[in-house]
Structures are given as C-alpha cells and as structure tokens.
Design a protein around this ligand. Structure first.
Ligand SMILES: Cc1cc2nc3c(=O)[nH]c(=O)nc-3n(C[C@H](O)[C@H](O)[C@H](O)COP(=O)(O)OP(=O)(O)OC[C@H]3O[C@@H](n4cnc5c(N)ncnc54)[C@H](O)[C@@H]3O)c2cc1C
Length: 210
C-alpha cells in the first residue's frame, strides 16, 4: 500500500520494480501538487490594526501572489506579536529557494509600504516552511486540474497488480483535504480486504468515453 503524496509519486524517491505501467505514470502526472505556504513572522511590537473584523488584511501587488494574504493572532495568542502571511504555488517555490533573510527583507518592504505611517520594526524571527523542497512531501495537497476527468482519476487510484495506492489524492470526494486522506485509507483497506478475503480483486476503471 503506497500512501505517499502525489508529489512524492511524481518524484523519483520511490523506485518501483518493475516500473509502473505507462497508464499509471500518465495519470500521476496529469494531476497537480499544489504548494501552500504559511510564513510566520514575529515582531518586538504590534503595528497593525487589531480587534474584531480586522483579523485578516490584504496586500495588493501588481506582481501576482506577492505576499497577498495576512492574518494576525492577537485574540488567540495575546502579545505574541506574530503575523502570518500566506503564499502559494509559484511564489511558494520561489521563496523556498531563497534564504530566510531574503524573504524577511521582502516582507519588511511589503509591510512598510502597507503601513507607511507606522514605525515598523524589523522582525525578530521568521518561520518559512518548505513543503515543496521536502522530498517526503513535494508540495502540500493535490489539485484536480480543469480538463482532467474521472477516467484519469480512477487510474490514479487504481492498484497495479498487488501494489495499492491511497492518500488524499485518491479520495473520491475530498481530495486535497485531511478527511479525504482518512476516508481514502478506509476505502483502500476495504479494497485490499475484499481481495485478500473474498478474492474480489478486480478494480473497475470506467472507460474514458462511457
Ligand atoms: C500547510 C498545509 C495546510 C493544510 N491545510 C489544510 C486544511 O486546512 N484542511 C485540510 O483538510 N487539509 C489541509 N492540508 C492538507 C492535509 O494536510 C493533507 O491533505 C493530508 O495530510 C494528506 O494526508 P496523506 O496521508 O494523504 O499524505 P501525507 O500527510 O503526505 O502522508 C504521507 C506520509 O508518507 C511519508 N513518506 C513519504 N515518502 C515516503 C517514503 N519513501 N517512505 C516512507 N514514508 C514516506 C511522509 O513523510 C508522510 O508522513 C494542509 C496541508 C498543508 C501542508
């Protein structure tokens, strides 16, 4: 039972012997592995608005996805003085490849342009997760691209001989989510048990044009 992420399947971390058949490899590459990065930044003092209805704020840049979505945590963690900025996909991959100091400098520039009237101190700490660079994840969750249909999805989930596949990317209704990962584990275990105990091993992939 292979339960690694789609991103790992798209990498060469696991060597299948014999190699996976072409139909399986094609289906693996037809789906996307998204990257979603939550960068935490700590400051010696607060300089942003807080209180009800002000938990989130946005930065609009001409550069798409450049440090756009911000969140403060004053209600949950009083006096932590921490901000969270979320970036995705292309920006995530770019940021993962640079030093944390470079990211911090970019963030400081953005914040100082967002709050021109405030005394914005340098951040004292930054946490930059690197899900895309991590060979055991290669991203954060799968994404079903437009134009890819049920046929490829069934192929993505289908076993190859006695090798079974599970994980959020194989979840029937909730791919991308943690409950999808959980439910797919149950589904895959049922498929395996049916095969081992009841000899019901045939996995039906509906034809592309059925
Ligand atoms: C930043 C972030 C935010 C998210 N937010 C949400 C959210 O708000 N709501 C939500 O529902 N979901 C969210 N998700 C998605 C959710 O976490 C995933 O969909 C879920 O964890 C996937 O579980 P999984 O078991 O399919 O895969 P994984 O969690 O990737 O588990 C696979 C495991 O296999 C291990 N592994 C990989 N390669 C090998 C190998 N060669 N040998 C042995 N072990 C290996 C990995 O280390 C990992 O432990 C988020 C994910 C991230 C990263």
């Amino acid at each position: 039972m292979v339960s690694t992420s789609l991103g790992v399947l798209q990498s060469d971390l696991i060597k299948f012997k014999p190699l996976l058949p072409t139909w399986k490899v094609l289906s693996i590459y037809q789906f996307d592995m998204a990257v979603y990065t939550k960068i935490f930044v700590k400051f010696p003092k607060k300089f942003w608005p807080e209180g009800k209805g002000r938990e989130f704020f946005l930065y609009v840049s001409s550069r798409r996805g450049y440090y756009g979505v911000w969140q403060e945590f004053e209600a949950q963690y009083p006096d932590a003085n921490v901000l969270l900025v979320t970036v995705t996909d292309k920006e995530s991959r770019r940021i993962e490849q640079q030093s944390d100091n470079q990211t911090k400098a970019e963030i400081m520039e953005v914040l100082r342009s967002m709050f021109p009237g405030e005394d914005v101190p340098d951040a004292t700490d930054i946490l930059v997760p690197r899900w895309w660079s991590d060979r055991f994840y290669k991203g954060t969750f799968s994404n079903w691209p437009i134009g890819v249909n049920r046929y490829e999805y069934d192929q993505l989930r289908a076993p190859v001989g006695r090798v079974y596949f599970t994980g959020e990317h194989t979840s029937e209704h909730y791919n991308g989510y943690v409950h999808g990962a959980y439910l797919s584990g149950i589904d895959s275990a049922d498929i395996l048990i049916n095969c081992a105990q009841k000899s019901m091993c045939k996995y039906h992939v509906q034809g592309k044009y059925d």
